[in-house]
Design a protein around this ligand. Sequence first.
Ligand SMILES: C[S@@+](CC[C@H](N)C(=O)[O-])C[C@H]1O[C@@H](n2cnc3c(N)ncnc32)[C@H](O)[C@@H]1O
Length: 227
Amino acid sequence: MHPEILPSYFIGDARVDSTLRRLYADALRVDPVARAAATGRGLDEGAPAFYGAMKDAYMPVTPDLGMLLYALARATAAREAVEFGTSFGISAIWLAAALRENGGRLVTAELDDAKARRAALNLAEAGLADRVEIRTGPAQQTLAAGLPDTLDLVFLDGAKSLYLPVLQLVEPRLRRGALIVADNTDMPDARPFLDYTTRAASGYRAAALTTEALGARHPCRLLVRTG
Ligand SMILES: C[S@@+](CC[C@H](N)C(=O)[O-])C[C@H]1O[C@@H](n2cnc3c(N)ncnc32)[C@H](O)[C@@H]1O
């Protein structure tokens, strides 16, 4: 995914597409440098300390995973969605663009205040600010209250060790048939989440999926709430 091979359009909305193109092009410039610095310090990718070292990095969903989020939200007519891990707002833009079509909205949680402020600007640039509430601070706290009674879709993309606690926080609100997408589930810290959601009596059914970008593979999970 080099800037010159980014698609000329994503969803066909001029403001959404131009914002996504600008953000992905910037991520291609910024992220490799930040990642090399963080891993050079011996930090494990996906662990809580890693994100402190990645304050300038996007770490975005691949365009294919973004499109999958968009398609899932459109296909299920999702109206109420929650995201863990906003970063600069790329996945929030994909989700909010779909939710807007359904008359819905997104609550998204970001630990870092500067990132949350830039995400707000990016969502405004995409014309989606009125569809998204950004909650700044640890998601374990900011998502503990004040969510819609019923959730249709949850996207997990923050610190991997928190996937399970955050899922358990929102679990009572998941409607039967709700979708959960969890990115980077190959990382060791995501293991408790995988163990919990793949038990026979878990109340979830899960598919492992992989998208690719720049030749790298990005495993994720798609779950449906069955229980
Ligand atoms: C992989 S990035 C998210 C990328 C974003 N979903 C996208 O596709 O553009 C992970 C983000 O989670 C945030 N994060 C990590 N731990 C968090 C926590 N406890 N609460 C809220 N956000 C957290 C990090 O600051 C980082 O911005």
